[in-house]
Design a protein around this ligand. Structure first.
Ligand SMILES: [Fe+2]
Length: 244
């Protein structure tokens, strides 16, 4: 009798433990399913944004290929700086989408073959704000939205839209700015031919610590020098629009 009394609570405990463990395992599976679904939703949103970026490329010749290069180089610099993988991903995505706000700029300005007048520049300079607004609804991309908003800020505070300086500028935006400037310099313009890789690097080095983040420039120069196929299509690209 005593054995049975002692055994029953033990059995109950064992059963309860097994049930608890099964419930825990089930919860883990649910959590994994939710995580996977969340990633799928994120990927779907990125794909939609990429569709928008592709639409922009159809609208603006300058952004053709430019977005991919800036995205890839920004990702490379972020990784070389030793940033966490999630941050590296976000900087790469923001680099890819940095000019997405140009979708909201009239084609007459985007495609103008000559230099923009002051009023047109005022319109063009809205594109970082428009871009940030486009991605603003996505909570998981809040950091990326800030990078898009601030990709034309300059280290010395001379940029736009907010005139931020130094560390006030999100690191991702400072990295994207370096890649963006390099790609702009090595692209053909209505008023000048593309600069050579060496001349562009001289310009970047001269701007380090003035308009561009010194550390980001240093890492970018190392990265771009290491790429044996740097800018193979410079001469093939038809570029109508200066960096804006
Ligand atoms: Fe831009």
């Amino acid at each position: 009798m005593a054995t049975r009394v002692n055994a029953a609570p033990g059995d109950d405990l064992t059963v309860a433990y097994r049930r608890l463990n099964a419930a825990y395992q089930q919860t883990l599976r649910y959590a994994e399913d939710v995580r996977r679904l969340y990633q799928q939703v994120q990927r779907a949103i990125y794909q939609s944004l990429l569709g928008l970026a592709n639409a922009l490329e159809a609208k603006d010749a300058y952004t053709r290929g430019h977005s991919e290069r800036v995205g890839a180089w920004s990702r490379g610099v972020a990784a070389a700086l030793g940033l966490p993988p999630g941050e590296v991903d976000m900087i790469g995505q923001a680099g890819l989408l940095h000019d997405i706000g140009k979708i909201g700029i009239p084609e007459g300005i985007l495609r103008k073959p000559g230099v923009l007048d002051p009023e047109e520049w005022t319109v063009m300079r809205n594109h970082p704000l428009i871009g940030a607004q486009i991605v603003a609804p996505f909570d998981f991309f809040t950091g990326g939205a800030l990078m898009i908003r601030h990709h034309h800020e300059r280290w010395d505070g001379s940029g736009y839209p907010d005139g931020l300086a130094g560390d006030e500028i999100p690191l991702g935006a400072r990295i994207i700015a370096v890649a963006d400037v390099y790609d702009a310099l090595t692209s053909n313009r209505p008023y000048r031919a593309a600069l050579s890789h060496a001349t562009a690097l001289e310009h970047l080095t001269a701007s380090a610590g003035l308009t561009l983040d010194e550390d980001a420039v240093g890492v970018f120069v190392g990265l771009i020098e290491a790429l044996s196929t740097t800018k193979p299509d410079v001469d093939a690209r038809s570029v109508l629009r200066p960096s804006s």
